[in-house]
Ligand binder design. Structure first.
Ligand code: HEM
Length: 446
């Protein structure tokens, strides 16, 4: 994966600091020593694994918390040099300083929509505030409890009942339920589940995961984008023709526009809906898969979580699932580009100059393991305060689906966890596949 590749380069550059003395350094050194092949191959393997990433970041926090290099690791966006930020305070500082560290996604967003930007690609300002405000009126907080969770619970219950002994989790459950949410709650009911997940995955991969600018990844995304936009246009037409249809995000966006009180005009609805579609499906699925994988690695926690699920205790399931995700989040870094020459962690021993144009990789994974910010970070605990978790961004651009994610992931996994003890299927099938950045297969049995 691109992320592992980037860290691989970073670690190669700074190989001198991987010595004994700090826990992370010792762990990383041991992992590297035990592998086969040359050092590059070993590093690549170690960093493809979340435990290897955690060990690297432990080293960085100890020896080079803000590591600046002239090497450009992200080639998909214009930038000059790289800074890797690993301490919790500094990660939050970077993501709080919109004026100094900008989001970079705009050019790709414009290619997806065929012209317009989407709010994740915008800096803070009038356009960003207008678009997010409209979308928050269209996608209301109460909808999570009133529409999204019942829908997810019921769909997951039905799917799990249909796969009583063996279930390929992403294929039949964790991509399907968010796609149903896109159809029935967002209102893009003119596209099939299969189409939605294919389009959303291709576009998400291109926009956020492909840091090297792979032309094949771009081509696939740009093939999918017009199909998804056409489906949204068809859904807009269908919704307008059916005023008695169910409440959906799309229906509310249309009503806001028609009220003439400052809703989206032109292709605004379409361009904002595609942003939501892209964000929702591969992310929720990957989070569910990685959380379940983490629970299966911890039999005691799995047994306790299954007991909670058997009582329908989604809150307790959530505590275990989000803690599992802390060890293996969907995205381990969030990246920003420096708008000007500036400094982070000013006034501390780790103060670091950042030159204009540098890509700043703020590691939320590392922040969640920083002993300066998190009690007993290496322990798996289900009683952590929620603000420890940076699972889907932080600051201005924190995930628009925040409340949805927090509710839908436990709701979706509870029916699966509620039955007989779960186990991995034999062989490779019992582990999430890594053919793409988004697991497509991972079979569990009971
Ligand atoms: C577990 C599932 C999810 C994960 C891991 C995730 C991850 C993220 C992350 C890391 C960001 C911030 C990116 C940055 O700051 O550069 C973000 C923002 C965003 N996400 Fe999610 N996301 C998830 C689910 C969703 C869902 C369900 C939706 C749609 C409802 C969504 C829509 C968005 C949007 C629109 C933004 C931009 C917010 C802004 O710019 O203000 N995401 N997400």
């Amino acid at each position: 994966m691109s992320f592992a590749l980037n860290l691989f380069h970073a670690a190669e550059l700074e190989g001198h600091m991987l010595g004994e003395g700090a826990l992370g350094g010792a762990e990383l050194a041991a992992k590297l020593a035990s592998g086969t092949g040359d050092i590059k191959a070993r590093l690549k393997r170690v960093l493809a694994d979340p435990a290897g990433q955690r060990a690297l970041f432990a080293s960085l926090r100890a020896f080079a918390p803000n590591l600046a290099t002239d090497k450009t690791l992200v080639t998909a966006y214009p930038c000059d040099g790289t800074v890797i930020v690993s301490r919790a305070d500094d990660v939050r500082e970077v993501l709080d300083r919109q004026g100094d560290f900008e989001v970079v996604y705009e050019p790709k967003m414009r290619k997806i929509t065929g012209g317009a930007n989407f709010f994740l690609g915008m800096q803070d300002g009038a356009d960003y505030q207008r678009d997010t405000s409209i979308m928050r009126l269209a996608a209301q907080r109460d909808d999570v409890a009133n529409i999204v969770v019942p829908l997810a619970r019921e769909a997951a219950r039905r799917i799990v009942a249909d796969h009583a002994t063996t279930i390929d989790v992403p294929d039949v459950l964790t991509t399907v339920v968010p796609a149903l949410m896109v159809q029935r709650y967002f209102g893009i009911d003119t596209a099939s589940v299969a189409d939605l997940r294919e389009w959303a995955t291709a576009m998400f991969w291109y926009l956020f995961v492909d840091l090297q600018g792979d032309p094949d990844v771009e081509q696939k995304a740009l093939d999918c984008a017009p199909k998804c936009l056409a489906a949204i246009d068809a859904a807009i037409a269908r919704t307008q023709a059916d005023p008695d249809g169910p409440a959906t995000v799309l229906k509310r966006a249309i009503a806001l526009r028609d009220a003439g009180t400052g809703g989206f005009d032109g292709s605004g609805i379409r361009n904002n809906m595609i942003g939501l579609v892209i964000g929702a499906i591969p992310t929720i699925s990957k989070a569910c898969v990685q959380a379940l994988d983490g629970l299966l690695d911890r039999p005691d926690v799995l047994a306790r979580t299954q007991a909670a699920a058997a009582h329908g205790d989604e809150q307790a399931v959530g505590c275990a699932v989000f803690e599992a995700l802390r060890f293996n989040p969907v995205n381990p870094v969030i990246y920003r580009r420096a708008v000007r020459d500036c400094e982070i962690a000013s006034g501390t021993l780790r103060a670091c100059r950042v030159k204009k144009g540098a890509m700043v990789l703020a590691s939320n994974l590392s922040a969640m393991f920083d002993p300066a910010a998190v009690d007993d970070p290496d322990a798996f605990r289900t009683d952590r305060p929620w603000d420890v978790y940076i699972l889907w961004g932080y600051g201005l651009h924190r995930c628009f689906g925040d409340a949805i994610n927090r509710a839908i992931i436990p709701a979706l996994l509870t029916p699966l966890l509620a039955g007989a003890p779960l186990a991995r299927a034999g062989g490779d099938a019992g582990h999430p596949d890594s053919a793409t950045p988004f697991p497509q297969h991972f079979t569990v049995t009971r």
